[in-house]
Design a protein around this ligand. Structure first.
Ligand SMILES: Cc1cc2nc3c(=O)[nH]c(=O)nc-3n(C[C@H](O)[C@H](O)[C@H](O)COP(=O)(O)OP(=O)(O)OC[C@H]3O[C@@H](n4cnc5c(N)ncnc54)[C@H](O)[C@@H]3O)c2cc1C
Length: 670
């Protein structure tokens, strides 16, 4: 293989486009269930639907063998509350999440996940994922159950988070889809949903997409559709040359699923919630630098004089031993564990962490930068589990971090990992590799489709699954589990619903829109310029602090981008056409976030939401959801109690609702 420079030297010109160009050609794919997005949520959804005996198609922008955030691995599986060693019930866990987030999360998704996460993991084990310490490598360790050989993270007493060997999980899902006859469509970017009669708010009957290699227009006709397209990493920050190893989100993370649902008339909620956005190219390669968070939980951090930074429990009390870092504190119920898509933890459920006043103590000279992760303080088992088993299986770490460091001679028995050098305030959060937080760089947080107990959206025929499409949810195991659950419901619906009928006018209009960028002058902006402009508007006009004029100005700038630069933008090949269409989705999504931000006329601690013109934090009359949808192009909003999932028409108890949804599924009414 030659480098780009060698190729040009040898051939004298850039290579030809390597695929046949098939612009305008239409391909129709019919299925009972269509899955949009093939990360772990979408792939597990496709498997679960196929097991129900229905015809399944899955459309994925990347390649299903490794696509999505979980495509290269996972080391922590959360919410396995029904595993034989867990001391936390699904209800305990769900209530802990809802209490921590003061109701601004998703009780439905949490309860479903806690009920089925362990079963979903067992299914992964059947596919070949290693979930037990089969070779007795860690026999006798505190974090292992010697009978089941399961291994646990964070809270060694309550045992609801499992450590797994997930480096090959995604290819195994791929082979299972293949075995079950799922129609797998790689390199397709889905750009719209199709609705009955072409009407906004009507039943969803399929979707359209563009093949990013050939440019072909693909029409999916489906009885039920599941959106599992992940989040929108490119909305606020865009560093296209650095999104592989150096960022959490994939380049395909463009919020298309949210945007097409919004355009089809579905209700979305919590879209005003954004969080610090340290991702997409502005941090360091995930888990590459010294830190004490997530996979590195429990390690010692030392300063440049070798002085150790204290660990504290949930209540800020200093811990004396390393073992205590992995156990609930006195008076504490259990650790929920980081990385589950919530932005704050109530004390009874919060994990131990580095001293919270670390920034101040760095500033006053008590600790001298740089800081280092020193694994030598850990027990031998703990050290081998961290730098070996976990860094060998966690997403994006096996090759870039574990292999690279090991081959370069790094030895955790004696070497230390340096943390990034940052301003003292940046050491407030122990996830140091994320880099210093940049105030105007935000990222989507809890927003997504409003779903019912079947994970159905407000539109008939449309379901949601995974981190981000389902509001208030988020982690690896949760994504699989929601995919598996939503698929059963979608399949049950597909078995009894009427034939889906496409509206040719709607298809033709979308086809014309989709090909617009190939018809423009070559002088038009490219997708990267457009994406940069969108991200800049979002940073400036929808950053941490907002008010009505700023948001209105942001909306008008996004409209300008769509109508001017966007309308004249040029795509020279099918790949860039796909990326350009994602940019149009990003504009739509940005508008949705701004509309949702305008709708919440107060500031809110739990949503990290700050209106300069409404500075009062958490006024009780605003303790509610404000779902938004479109009807005939007009925005409609309503109010919904935070505990809507336990109010009529639902039952007042989680288990009752879960059982009722399962009963509906058996009867085919999901
Ligand atoms: C480095 C890293 C480490 C992590 N470690 C852990 C961990 O240890 N434990 C844990 O619980 N979580 C972890 N996570 C988070 C976890 O991986 C995610 O929560 C989970 O993988 C989300 O899965 P998903 O399928 O919902 O979404 P995604 O993985 O985002 O998948 C969405 C898919 O949809 C595709 N797509 C998007 N738009 C379109 C479109 N328009 N048309 C077609 N396809 C589309 C994308 O290409 C993508 O493949 C980690 C994440 C990263 C990045």
């Amino acid at each position: 293989m030659s480098t780009w420079h060698e190729y040009i030297e040898d051939h004298g010109s850039a290579p030809e486009w390597p695929y046949p160009i098939l612009y305008e050609k239409e391909t129709v794919i019919q299925s009972d269930v269509l899955v949009v997005g093939g990360g772990v949520a979408g792939s597990h959804a496709a498997i679960a639907a196929a097991k129900q005996g229905v015809r399944v198609a899955i459309a994925e922008t990347g390649n299903l063998k490794r696509s999505g955030s979980g495509g290269v691995g996972v080391d922590h599986w959360h919410a396995a509350c029904t595993n034989p060693c867990s001391k936390v019930t699904p209800l305990d866990y769900t209530e802990a999440v809802m209490e921590s987030m003061h109701g601004y999360s998703n009780g439905i998704a949490r309860y479903i996940t806690c009920k089925e996460s362990w079963d979903t993991l067992l299914e992964c084990e059947e596919m070949g994922v290693q979930i037990r310490d089969e070779d007795d490598e860690f026999k006798g360790a505190e974090f292992r159950d010697d009978e089941t050989k399961l291994m646990f993270g964070y809270d060694y007493q309550n045992r609801h988070i499992l450590r797994i060997w997930g480096h090959n999980l995604k290819p195994l899902l791929y082979y299972e889809m293949k075995r079950l006859g799922v129609v797998m469509c790689n390199r397709i970017v889905i750009t719209s949903l199709l609705t009955e009669g072409g009407r906004q708010g009507a039943r969803v009957v399929g979707a359209t997409g563009v093949n990013m290699r050939t440019g072909e227009f693909v029409i999916f006709q489906a009885r039920a559709t599941i959106i599992a397209s992940g989040g929108a990493g490119r909305l606020f920050s865009f560093a296209p040359e650095m999104t592989a190893a150096a960022a959490m989100s994939t380049m395909n993370s463009a919020g298309t699923g949210h945007a097409i649902g919004w355009n089809a008339g579905a209700e979305l909620v919590l879209m005003e919630q954004t969080g610090p956005g340290r991702l997409s190219g502005y941090g360091y390669a995930p888990y590459s630098m010294g830190n004490a968070h997530n996979t590195y939980h429990g390690v010692s951090m030392v300063d440049s004089n070798g002085k150790e930074v204290p660990w504290v429990d949930a209540y800020g009390r200093e811990l004396k031993t390393i073992e205590e870092r992995f156990l609930p504190a006195r008076d504490q119920k259990f650790h929920l564990g980081p990385g589950i898509g919530i932005s704050m933890y109530a004390e009874p459920y919060r994990s131990s962490d580095l001293a919270r006043d670390l920034p101040e103590r760095i500033r006053n000279g008590e600790f001298q930068l740089p800081l280092y992760t020193d694994m030598t303080h850990l027990s031998e088992m703990e050290r081998r589990c961290l730098f070996g088993m976990m860094i060998g299986n966690e997403g994006k770490t096996r090759i870039p971090i574990y292999d690279t460091l090991t081959k370069a001679g790094f030895d955790p028995d004696k070497d230390m990992l340096q943390a990034p050098v940052m301003a003292p305030e940046a050491y407030q959060h122990s996830n140091f590799w994320g880099g210093p937080p940049i105030p105007h760089l935000r990222s989507l947080s809890g927003g997504g489709f409003l779903v019912d107990w079947n994970l159905r959206t407000s539109l008939e025929g449309l379901y949601a699954a995974g981190t981000s499409p389902v509001f208030g949810a988020g982690c690896h195991g949760e994504s699989h589990t929601m995919g598996r659950y939503a698929a059963r419901k979608a399949a049950a619906y597909a078995k009894t619903c009427a034939e889906p009928v496409l509206d040719r006018k709607q298809v033709a209009a979308e086809k014309s829109r989709a090909y617009q960028p190939i018809r423009q002058s070559k002088r038009g902006a490219g997708w990267k310029e457009l994406n940069h402009a969108i991200a800049r508007v979002m940073q400036d006009y929808c950053g941490k602090y907002k008010n009505e004029p700023i948001l209105q100005r942001g909306l008008s700038l996004l409209r300008d981008l769509r109508e001017n630069e966007g309308a004249a933008a040029f795509a020279p090949n099918p790949h860039e056409l796909g990326r350009m269409l994602e940019c149009f989705s990003l504009i739509t999504l940005g508008e949705l976030v701004m509309h949702a931000s305008l709708a919440r006329k107060c500031s809110n601690t739990y949503l990290d939401f700050h209106r300069i013109d409404y500075p009062q934090m958490d006024p009780p009359e605003w303790a509610k959801h404000i779902p938004l949808r479109q009807e005939d192009g007009k925005i409609r909003m309503r109010e919904l109690p935070l505990d809507f999932h336990l109010r009529a028409p639902y039952a007042p108890a989680y288990e009752e609702n879960y059982q009722a949804a399962n009963k509906q599924e058996v009867l085919g009414h999901a």
